[in-house]
Design a protein around this ligand. Structure first.
Ligand SMILES: Cc1cc2nc3c(=O)[nH]c(=O)nc-3n(C[C@H](O)[C@H](O)[C@H](O)COP(=O)(O)OP(=O)(O)OC[C@H]3O[C@@H](n4cnc5c(N)ncnc54)[C@H](O)[C@@H]3O)c2cc1C
Length: 457
């Protein structure tokens, strides 16, 4: 008799930890993901700012699971889920596949939300993928290179103005690191520009930086960022954004146009569209961010064989953080093992909050661990410890620690390689048109407004 088939969608925290939790189970696990790696999103901003390389934050999933004989890894994007047939449909670069399952764990995470202004994405990449981080790295260092070349003071000011939209953990950490770069690390690298004169602006419509940490820590985070050179502007809504800059409206009614070449969007999330697909077929509700209202045991209503975990779920106001996904993935795996073994269902999913933290500068951070609130160096040390713990693989931990020593003690950045292709990435894809579908065979299909076609060019 064949073993139960467990299909997992996603190689992020939820998907990977679910797969690993099934290592000793008598099941066949197939992990399908649209990327080849497990991505440690919390450290993406360090890839963008030249601290870490991509390999440290994104180890190959295939490598992580190489010794797990019951697990198979497939690179494909899931395009359809048929709950009635117990089947998923997926494709990658023109290759289609379908997979039948006995149990399904959906851990497809969330993407960036531009709150209905999707055209902003072209000019202000978010921070969700390796592509985003490399493109932002190219934009940050590229802006400074262009500033070094130009003699026009207005152009130079525009090129040396860096804008981050969204003062949550991603935005605050990103703004802090760009300020660190321009204010300290790069100050001897250029001959014609003074990087310490660069402006780093952090915008948010709300009235606190890192407001979810509570008023005391939020105030400390703001002060730390400002000391580090970040111009924090709260009660500020970004109303328009283009290649050259952005338009801001403040809560007191003022409006301002800011010229800035490099913009980063860290303001909102939208759950994977797979959530809507599951909701439509199961009758589950979705919240405003497209998250699925799952049952307390993380299953879909009427489908005890389908689990949804991590950033895709709306349950008890749980935050979209890595530990929720990890614990959810492990819980789903345990439920599946129990069901197969005939063990009566255990308790509902309960999240154990081990705290949260965010870095604001070199040796500066805030941390909330239960009732304990830390700021400054102590908070930074706990951040260091916790993040090292969650990085997958001993080799990655060792190399990351080395890079942190180089960056924080040595005040240098070793991962500053950028390429022309990274710089023009999303603009080039946009120019190819909506119907562009890449293949690896060397041909291109694209939106053909000229009537001549681009195939084989
Ligand atoms: C910049 C940033 C900083 C963050 N900082 C922190 C932090 O400091 N602390 C913290 O706890 N949390 C942080 N988070 C949140 C944390 O990273 C997420 O909560 C966590 O990654 C969620 O895990 P997940 O498995 O649900 O989704 P993800 O980790 O996003 O994984 C989703 C997976 O699904 C795959 N996928 C998506 N759609 C498809 C599809 N159609 N077909 C196949 N595969 C698909 C993706 O490729 C990916 O592998 C941060 C997030 C970001 C973006």
């Amino acid at each position: 008799m064949s073993r139960p088939r467990v299909v997992i969608i996603g190689s992020g925290f939820g998907g990977l930890f679910a797969a690993r939790a099934l290592a000793h189970a008598d099941v066949d696990v197939t992990l399908v993901s649209k990327i080849v790696s497990h991505l440690f999103q919390p450290l993406l901003y360090q890839v963008a700012t030249g601290i870490l390389s991509t390999g440290e934050v994104a180890p190959a999933t295939r490598d992580v699971l190489r010794r797990q004989r019951n697990a198979t890894v497939l690179l494909a994007e899931v395009t359809g889920i048929d709950l009635a047939a117990h089947r998923i449909h997926a494709s990658k670069l023109g290759e289609d596949l379908s997979l039948d399952y006995d149990y399904l764990i959906v851990a497809a995470g969330a993407g960036q939300s531009y709150f209905g202004n999707d055209h902003f994405a072209t000019f202000a990449p978010g921070m969700k993928s390796i592509d985003d981080a490399l493109e932002l790295r190219a934009r940050i260092f590229g802006s400074l290179e262009m500033a070094e070349l130009t003699d026009d003071p207005e152009q130079r000011r525009r090129l040396m103005t860096f804008v981050v939209v969204g003062a949550g953990p991603t935005g605050a950490e990103m703004a802090g690191q760009v300020a660190e770069l321009t204010g300290h690390t790069l100050r001897d690298d250029y001959r014609r520009i003074d990087t310490t004169s660069a402006r780093v602006l952090l915008f948010d419509g709300v009235d606190a930086v890192l407001g979810s940490f509570g008023p005391k820590l939020a105030a400390s985070a703001r002060a730390q960022l400002e000391r580090n050179g970040v111009d924090v502007r709260l009660g500020a809504m970004v109303t328009d954004l283009d290649a050259d800059g952005l338009q801001v409206r403040y809560s007191d009614g003022r409006a301002e146009r800011i010229e800035a070449a490099c913009k980063v969007w860290a303001a909102g999330v939208q759950a994977s569209p797979l959530g809507a697909m599951l909701a439509e077929q199961s009758g589950a509700e979705l919240d405003r961010a497209g998250r699925v209202k799952v049952r307390p045991d993380l299953t879909l209503p009427g489908h005890p064989e389908v689990f949804v975990v991590g950033d895709m779920i709306a349950l008890d106001n749980l935050p979209g953080v890595a530990p929720v996904a990890i614990q959810g993935g492990r819980y789903a795996a345990r439920r599946i093992v129990d069901t197969i073994g005939g063990t009566p269902p255990g308790a509902d999913f309960r999240y154990h909050d081990k705290g949260s933290m965010a870095v604001t500068s070199r040796f500066g951070a805030i941390a909330k661990i239960g009732a304990i609130e830390l700021t400054g160096f102590l908070a930074w040390l706990s951040w260091l410890f916790v993040h090292l713990l969650y990085i997958v693989g001993f080799k990655n931990r060792a190399v990351t620690l080395l890079h942190w020593a180089i960056t924080f003690v040595g005040q240098a950045r070793t991962e500053r390689v950028t390429t022309q292709q990274q710089l023009v990435a999303r603009l080039a894809v946009r120019q190819l048109g909506d119907n562009f579908s890449p293949t690896i065979s060397g041909t291109m299909e694209s939106d053909d407004s000229t009537g001549e076609g681009t195939k084989g060019r």
